[in-house]
Design a protein around this ligand. Structure first.
Ligand SMILES: [Zn+2]
Ligand SMILES: [Zn+2]
Length: 143
C-alpha cells in the first residue's frame, strides 16, 4: 500500500466512522459547545465588567477646551469642539477682537485694534508724532 492509497483509506475510514457515530459526535459537539458557552459567558462578563470600570475611569478625566476654556470630559473634547457652542464662542471672540479698540500711543487716537498697525503708517498719525517732536524741540529751545 503506497501513501496515497493509505491516505485514501484513512479518509474513507474517517468518513465511515463519522457516519456510524454521527449522533455521538453531534452530542459531543453540542456538549462541548454548551460547556464552552458557559465558560465564554463568564469570560465575556468578566471582560465587560473590567471594560466598564476602565471606561468609567477614563470618562472621569476632564480636559479644558483650548478654544472656549470650557471644562469637558476628555473623551468628549473632540465632539465638543465640533459643537455649536464651542464654534460660536470662537466666532464671537473673533468679532470682539475685531471690534476692540485701542488708543494709539503716538497720537492718542482711538482706533480698532486690528487697524492699529495700519493706522501708525498713516500720515495723520505720523504727522502728529512729528508735530509733537517739533513742539518738544521748540520747548527745549525756549527753555
Ligand atoms: Zn470649546
Ligand atoms: Zn496714531
Amino acid at each position: 500500500m503506497d501513501n496515497t492509497t493509505d491516505k485514501k483509506c484513512r479518509k474513507e475510514y474517517k468518513k465511515k466512522y463519522r457516519e456510524l457515530n454521527k449522533e455521538k459526535i453531534t452530542e459531543y459537539n453540542k456538549k462541548r459547545y454548551h460547556e464552552n458557552k458557559e465558560i465564554n459567558k463568564e469570560k465575556i462578563a468578566e471582560y465587560n465588567e473590567r471594560y466598564k470600570e476602565k471606561k468609567a475611569e477614563y470618562q472621569k478625566i476632564k480636559a479644558e477646551c483650548d478654544n472656549c476654556k470650557s471644562v469637558v470630559c476628555r473623551h468628549l473634547l473632540k465632539r465638543h469642539k465640533e459643537s455649536k457652542k464651542c464654534m460660536d464662542y470662537n466666532k464671537e471672540k473673533i468679532i470682539i477682537d475685531k471690534k476692540e479698540k485701542v488708543e494709539c500711543d503716538n497720537c492718542k487716537s482711538v482706533v480698532l485694534c486690528v487697524g492699529l498697525e495700519q493706522h501708525k503708517k498713516t500720515k495723520k498719525c505720523m504727522n502728529y508724532w512729528l508735530t509733537c517732536l517739533l513742539e518738544d524741540y521748540r520747548d527745549q529751545k525756549t527753555i
